[in-house]
Design a protein around this ligand. Structure first.
Ligand code: SF4
Ligand code: SF4
Ligand code: SF4
Length: 212
């Protein structure tokens, strides 16, 4: 993520509370780069997002397109960290694919073309986030798509819609940046920034332990 866009996110954090409505209203017919912001402080590990994702996307039992990890602070407090494909700007999963099945869209989504995928698993190995698996039913690579079928219908990703605390905020990156003149101070971070993958899932209130 560039320093410019990072500042945009940083400044937009409080304003982002309204983004689900913005996204739903503007998801049709515009070229945009999508991103998600996860407010760790608002996640209490209810797993509604995981269940909604599995139902929406026919995720096989035992596989996950999104999941929630947790850590226990020394004082005993549990911190929940939702994870999924980061729809990286420079995705390490794309170059190793021998058939071009894995690709990045102009909207910033990283997707898999089932027709081209031969299930070799090269992309699964290449992802530094453990976000991919080989679908045991379809025999092809699978992972979060940001619910691209729902975006095309003007809807939010299922996990975002299901979250009872608005811990997951989704929207076009340019809208987020337009809100950048407003407020707030909590740092915005990505997972494993050292990989150079430039993830498009951003976190606020991410515990330091996560990226150590
Ligand atoms: Fe690819 Fe993994 Fe990045 Fe998703 S998180 S775009 S699967 S490298
Ligand atoms: Fe490409 Fe499919 Fe192999 Fe992944 S499993 S590298 S998408 S052909
Ligand atoms: Fe956290 Fe929201 Fe998912 Fe519940 S639905 S686990 S609060 S992100």
């Amino acid at each position: 993520m560039s320093k410019t866009s990072r500042r945009g996110f940083l400044g937009a954090v409080s304003a982002l509370v309204v983004l689900p409505a913005l996204s739903a209203a503007s998801a049709v017919g515009e070229s945009k780069r999508y991103a998600m912001l996860i407010d760790v402080d608002k996640c209490y590990g209810c797993m509604a997002c995981v269940v909604a994702c599995a139902a929406e996307n026919n995720v096989p039992l035992g596989s996950f397109r999104t999941w929630v990890e947790h850590l226990v602070k020394p004082e005993g407090m549990r911190i929940f960290i939702p994870k999924q494909c980061n729809h990286c700007d420079d995705p390490p999963c794309v170059p190793p694919c021998p058939t071009g099945a894995t690709y990045k869209t102009p909207d910033g989504l990283v997707l898999v073309n089932d027709e081209l995928c031969i299930g070799c698993g090269a992309c699964v190995k290449a992802c530094p986030y453990g976000a991919r698996y080989i679908n045991p039913v379809k025999g092809v690579a699978d992972k979060c798509t940001f619910c691209d079928h729902r975006l095309k219908a003007g809807l939010l990703p299922a996990c975002v819609e299901a979250c009872p605390t608005s811990a997951r905020i989704f929207g076009p990156l340019h809208e987020v940046n337009e809100l950048s003149k407003t407020i707030n101070s909590r740092p915005v971070q990505v997972l494993k920034p050292h990989t150079g993958a430039r993830p498009q899932i951003y976190y606020i209130s991410l515990p330091d332990e996560v990226n150590r």
